[in-house]
Design a protein around this ligand. Structure first.
Ligand SMILES: [Ca+2]
Ligand SMILES: [Ca+2]
Ligand SMILES: [Ca+2]
Ligand SMILES: [Ca+2]
Length: 262
């Protein structure tokens, strides 16, 4: 619930401007009966009125697959783009497994940052980087929350992350390209290097979320003295230090930066 509360207050701040930039956390709650982030299990969209965490959620019934992989399926989503420029610090989701034929046990929930290699229509050269989290829920677990830290400032493959080539002509994955050009976000039910039998799944997803730290003005991964220096140097002007996007760098931006300190 802390996510929802924090999101609400930050969205109020963001609501003061019609700007593309957003600070803090964005949560796709599905309460409007749609997915603003473009999330899909690959089936026609279904958003039941209740049963989510809470309220509406993205539901997939009788999903016939070896591994459900809810993903962003639109070209431009708040969940995609240049994660380093956007200072994306984490990506998360809530998942529930209502029913499955055999077993959903012992499968990690894996975050894949997917790259289409500049050819969206050709899957043969796709690739990605990924990190595995706690196991996906089994029936009876209820809703489980997953949050993945994104080391946006890292310049090489961070510890715990791996690379994957999806096709015969996929290039050697490159962390800097991966983190600055996220074409799609995937939550994969399992280790993406393994194979599984096909099963029918009844699954749900709620509160797909992404957090950013725009207060990290120099992009070194922390909010600190260097960022404060940049903000003070831009005082009265415009630019990235105008964190609330009200047209000038001032006390309100200083407060935001100090609030994100550390
Ligand atoms: Ca919901
Ligand atoms: Ca491609
Ligand atoms: Ca910084
Ligand atoms: Ca401002």
């Amino acid at each position: 619930m802390t996510h929802a509360r924090r999101s609400a207050s930050l969205l109020l701040v963001a609501g003061a401007c019609a700007c593309a930039a957003f600070g803090g956390e964005y949560v796709d709650t599905f309460e409007a009966g749609s997915s603003q982030g473009g999330w899909t299990y690959g089936l026609p969209a279904s958003y039941p009125l209740s049963g989510g965490n809470p309220g509406r959620y993205l539901q997939a019934l009788n999903l016939d697959t070896y591994a459900p992989q809810p993903r962003t399926n639109v070209t431009t989503s708040i969940f995609t783009g240049n994660y380093r420029a956007k200072r994306v610090a984490s990506v998360g989701v809530d998942l529930k497994t209502f029913d499955v034929d055999f077993s959903a046990a012992e499968r990690p929930c894996t975050l894949i940052l997917f790259n289409n290699n500049g050819t969206p229509a050709n899957a043969n050269d796709d690739w990605g980087v990924y990190v595995m989290g706690p196991n996906i829920p089994v029936p009876g677990d209820g809703w489980k929350s997953y949050d993945f830290a994104i080391p946006y400032a890292a310049t090489s493959l961070p510890e715990g992350w791996k690379t994957i080539q999806f096709g015969p002509t996929s290039p050697t994955p490159n962390w800097n390209t991966a983190i600055t050009d996220v074409d799609r976000v995937i939550f994969f039910y399992g280790d993406p290097e393994l194979f599984f039998i096909f099963q029918q799944w009844d699954v749900g997803l709620d509160n797909a979320r992404i957090t950013t730290v725009p207060e990290d003005l120099d992009g070194d991964g922390v909010v600190g003295a260097a960022d404060l220096g940049q903000l003070l140097g831009a005082w009265g002007g415009r630019g990235p230090a105008d964190l609330d996007a009200n047209g000038s760098v001032g006390p309100e931006d200083l407060a935001l930066l100090l609030g994100a300190w550390g």
